[in-house]
Write a protein that binds this ligand. Structure first.
Ligand SMILES: C[S@@+](CC[C@H](N)C(=O)[O-])C[C@H]1O[C@@H](n2cnc3c(N)ncnc32)[C@H](O)[C@@H]1O
Length: 227
């Protein structure tokens, strides 16, 4: 199945959006090329121009501690690590240990390895034990676990934390009841989308970008009431 954008946006619109974004950095282009040539699922890569969106969001938030779930070959990890303020740190999770060598190499080549702490396991297993509080979270992992991830994370979010969640239109399958019934991932993402849209502690919007990107700003009731 194609990404939401491939299904609903004509190729000339997608090309225009790519061409009118800030051009891709050469090192990130190299990471993308390596991923296309050496992995079975290069479609998992955020890539360009998604990386520019992540960079802008992360620079705007200026997180002291950012979290990513789903590092893969390092594209978004490098984007986020570079966008942190000088004292900022990125915690990232990648459960596929076969990616250890390439992710380490890409982070080193990008000069950001010292800003990134990589956990090589399923995030849900140790997230509740970590002592960090997050200002920025990028979820790009197992889609059915997003809601559970957010529930685990809520006690660890600083007020004003921004969640960026990938694939929340899931190839456009979330729109149609027949596809939601047929596709458990579509059903669980639609459940997440409804839950976040009505959650009193989040301000939420879905961008129809690539495969759907949700922005959810954490404003817990007590802090929202004082704004
Ligand atoms: C879509 S890819 C991430 C792409 C990456 N953000 C990028 O820009 O290239 C998803 C990755 O998340 C990892 N993953 C999936 N579920 C996970 C989990 N629960 N904990 C840690 N890693 C997970 C997968 O092994 C895979 O490499």
């Amino acid at each position: 199945m194609p990404l939401f954008a491939d299904r609903y946006l004509p190729p000339f619109v997608q090309s225009y959006l790519k061409e009118r974004a800030t051009p891709e950095d050469p090192l990130l282009a190299k990471v993308a090329q390596w991923t296309h040539e050496n992995t079975d699922l290069p479609i998992m890569l955020t890539g360009h121009p998604y990386g520019i969106l992540l960079e802008i969001l992360c620079r705007a938030v200026r997180p002291q501690v950012a979290l990513e779930i789903g590092a893969f070959t390092g594209y978004s990890t490098i984007v986020l690590a570079r966008a942190l303020p000088p004292e900022g740190r990125l915690i990232t999770f990648e459960k596929n240990q076969a990616l250890k060598e390439v992710l380490t190499r890409h982070l080193t080549e990008a000069g950001v390895a010292h800003k990134v702490l990589v956990f090589w396991e399923e995030a849900e297993r140790i997230l509740p034990e970590l002592p960090y509080h997050y200002d920025f979270v990028f979820l790009d992992s197992t889609k059915q676990q997003y809601r559970q991830d957010i529930e685990l994370l809520i006690p660890r979010l600083n007020p004003g934390a921004l969640l960026v969640i990938d694939n929340t239109l899931w190839e456009g399958s979330v729109f149609h009841s027949e596809e939601r019934e047929r596709e458990p991932v579509a059903a669980s993402i639609d459940d997440l989308n409804q839950w976040l849209a009505t959650h009193p502690d989040f301000r939420t919007v879905i961008l129809p970008f690539r495969d759907g990107v949700t922005l959810a700003l954490y404003l817990p009731r007590q802090s929202a009431n004082t704004q």
